[in-house]
Structure formats: structure tokens, C-alpha cells
Design a protein around this ligand. Structure first.
Ligand code: OSB
Ligand code: MG
Length: 383
């Protein structure tokens, strides 16, 4: 069916890239306030690689959402550094349209987190040069963003219940709990019995197979908003089989690397909800395409998180002003992760549990030089 509506990203694709004077990679290490455990790994520190672009006296920052390890994605900070330095940056030229740059980037297979780091930095730089907030460059008015907390695996059910209780008291709009094989149905039951009306969901990070289908169906008893990535990180097809057998909506995270994956998954009924992580899908433009496609097919969309510093967190907040983002995401307060972030202001919930979109040109979150310096473990000038 031919469509005459313009692509939701047409205006962004037409933006011309400014000349760039310098590009640096700065890696920071921030201890996490609470270790973050998934079915795959437990992280105790956040090691983030930041990209800094300087252009005619304006400095823009972006964050690569990869980890030092490949326990969420095959991408690591080291592969992202390699792909950015040796393949992506050489494609960036002044005057080139952003859409042209994306087309050039497509020759590089995968490596969405590396691509997102570069594309986001350029968009943030353009917004700063225009003196507008990133959301305005995306063409969207500011709005308050709903909040959601992702609670890692806990050692005891009491620990978990205390964490959920704190989230409820704080005013979060929904709570996600991590599950894994053997730490699932009874743990969900405990939370649900204590909080009967809480918007609640689970995330398995791919810990199950179709052999667990009958076991997973027990989750249907708890009125969950969704179960996120129950099957393999690379599967789409088997999720369709599972979704046909479950009442609870399935949400895909790891399996979705772009709008083509999302369209394929939606077309076979593999999910009713998509977690859009702008890093995993290669940046803000592809995120907007996914949100647009999913929403126009009646599929829910929300913004995931990667325990980002204030830079990546701000990107996720601006992205959620885009229409199509219909559900609370994994966007929670800075204090949930770090005693002190490298940016100001910190993300906090307002009295209704919402998050304000930061004001000011670009991200509206400023890197604090002294904090950056204390946290830096590596720095390298690429250009
Ligand atoms: O699966 O959504 C996930 C964090 C790291 C890796 C994978 C995931 C997560 C989260 C945390 O759930 C989201 C956040 O609070 O930023
Ligand atoms: Mg997930």
C-alpha cells in the first residue's frame, strides 16, 4: 500500500552536518549505588564511553550505551571505539545531510550503539548551535515524561519487596522486576500479593526457551503489563509461538535492532510492545521510525535504559517527547544509580512521579568538568 504521509524523520534527515574541529572519546567509571543483576550478569560499576565533539566553540557530548562486556549486547565499549574511530567518523563530512550519513552508516553491519553515539552527538551539536533543546529539534514540544524503575535481581524476596516498596513510595508509575529461571513465579506472586494494583512487569533478558512455555504461562495469573524478552536475545519467531499461547503481552528488547526487525516481529505477532533503546537500534532517527511504525500498528512503545549517566539519560528523556511512546519507560532518578553523576541537573521525579524534560540548548544537562575529571579512566583524541 503506497503511503503519501512524509516519513516521521524527513526533516531530521535533511539537516546539514556542521564542520567539526575536534572529536574525543572519554571513558568514565561511576560506582553503582546498588549492584544491578540480570539473568546474565551483575554490574557493580557503570563504565561509559562518552563522545565529545567540538565545532566552532560549541561542545556537544553523547554517550555510548555499551558496557565493557558483551553480556547485554555483542557490542562493547572496545568494539564501539573501533567502529567509531575506524569506520564511522571517516564518513562524517561537513554539509552532508544527516539522512545521507545514515545511508553511509548502513554499509557497516550492526554496531547500532556505535552508530547511535555518533548520530546522537551530531544531533545534540546541531540543537546547541541552533540554541534549541533536543526535543524541539526532534520537532516535539516539551512534556513531562512518565517514570519507571527497573529493579535488578535481589538475593531475597524481602529485599525485593523493600525495593518495590521504596519505588511505590517514591511515586514511580510502574515497576519492572528482573526474573530468571527459578527466580520468577513465586517472586512475582510475592510482589503482586503485597501490591495488588501496582503497574508491574518482568524482564527475563532471554533466560527461557519454548520448553518453558507451560512454566511461563503461570505468569498470566498476575495481571502483568508485559513480560520482556522471555526467549533468546536473538529470537523473533519463537516469541510469536509464545505470544499465541500467553495472555500477557510480550515485549521485545534485545531482538530488535531496527525498524525492519520491529516490523517483522509485529507482522508475525511476536510482541505487542516494543522496548526502544536508542543505542541498540542505532540512534534517535531509527527510534522515531520504530515508534511511528509500532504505534500505527497498535503496538505499545517505551524507552528502555542502559543505566546511563546523565548524558544518555537525557537523550532518552528527550526521545520520549516523540508521539508513539505510550508507556512509562526505564527512566528513573539519578540517585537510583549514582551518588554523584557527571552532569547537572540530576534527574528527579516531581510530586506526581513525572520527569521534566531538561531546558536549554541541546540536552539541557551540563557536564561538570571537575566531576568528569575525577571519573575519567581513559581519554583519546580521534580528530
Ligand atoms: O534489559 O532492559 C534491560 C540494564 C542493563 C542492561 C539491560 C537492561 C537494563 C535495565 C535497566 O533493565 C534500565 C535502566 O534502569 O536504565
Ligand atoms: Mg530488557
Amino acid at each position: 500500500m503506497p503511503s503519501t504521509t512524509p516519513a516521521p524523520t524527513a526533516a531530521l534527515e535533511a539537516l546539514a552536518l556542521p564542520a567539526i574541529d575536534h572529536v574525543d572519546l572519554v571513558t568514565v567509571r561511576l560506582p553503582l549505588v546498588t549492584p544491578f543483576g540480570t539473568s546474565v550478569h551483575v554490574w557493580t560499576v557503570k563504565e561509559a564511553m562518552l563522545l565529545r565533539i567540538e565545532s566552532a566553540g560549541v561542545t556537544a557530548w553523547s554517550e555510548c550505551v555499551a558496557d565493557p562486556d558483551p553480556y547485554y549486547s555483542y557490542e562493547t565499549n572496545t568494539t564501539a571505539r573501533h567502529v567509531i574511530a575506524d569506520f564511522l567518523l571517516p564518513l562524517v563530512e561537513p554539509g552532508l545531510a544527516l539522512g545521507e550519513l545514515e545511508a553511509r552508516f548502513r554499509r557497516v553491519r550492526g554496531h547500532g550503539m556505535a552508530k547511535a553515539t555518533v548520530e546522537n552527538a551530531l544531533l545534540i551539536l546541531i540543537a546547541q548551535r541552533q540554541g534549541v533543546p533536543l526535543h524541539a529539534l526532534l520537532g516535539r514540544p516539551a512534556r513531562r515524561i512518565p517514570s519507571g524503575l527497573s529493579i535488578g535481581l535481589r538475593d531475597t524476596q524481602d529485599d525485593l519487596l523493600r525495593a518495590v516498596e521504596r519505588a511505590v513510595a517514591r511515586g514511580y508509575h510502574r515497576v519492572k522486576m528482573k526474573v530468571r529461571k527459578g527466580q520468577d513465579v513465586e517472586w512475582v506472586r510475592a510482589v503482586r500479593e503485597r501490591f495488588p494494583d501496582l503497574p508491574l512487569m518482568v524482564d527475563a533478558n532471554g533466560d527461557y526457551t519454548l520448553a518453558d512455555l507451560d512454566h511461563l504461562r503461570q505468569l498470566d495469573a498476575f495481571d502483568l503489563m508485559m513480560v520482556e524478552q522471555p526467549l533468546s536475545y536473538s529470537d523473533i519467531v519463537e516469541h510469536a509461538t509464545l505470544q499465541a499461547a500467553m495472555r500477557t503481552p510480550i515485549c521485545l528488547d534485545e531482538s530488535i535492532h531496527g525498524v525492519a526487525d520491529a516490523a517483522a516481529a509485529i507482522s508475525i505477532g511476536a510482541c505487542r510492545i516494543v522496548n526502544v533503546k536508542q543505542g541498540r537500534v542505532g540512534g534517535l532517527l531509527e527510534s522515531i521510525r520504530i515508534a511511528h511504525h509500532a504505534a500505527s500498528h497498535g503496538v505499545g512503545v517505551w524507552s528502555g535504559g542502559m543505566d546511563e549517566t546523565g548524558i544518555g539519560r537525557a537523550v532518552n528523556i528527550h526521545l520520549q517527547t516523540v508521539e508513539g511512546f505510550s508507556l512509562p519507560g526505564d527512566t528513573s532518578e539519578t540517585s537510583n544509580y549514582f551518588d554523584e553523576d557527571i552532569v547537572e541537573p540530576a534527574v528527579v521525579l516531581d510530586a506526581d512521579g513525572f520527569i521534566a524534560v531538561p531546558e536549554g540548548p541541546g540536552l539541557g544537562a551540563r557536564v561538570v568538568p571537575e566531576r568528569l575529571l575525577t571519573r575519567t579512566v581513559r581519554a583519546e583524541r580521534l580528530r
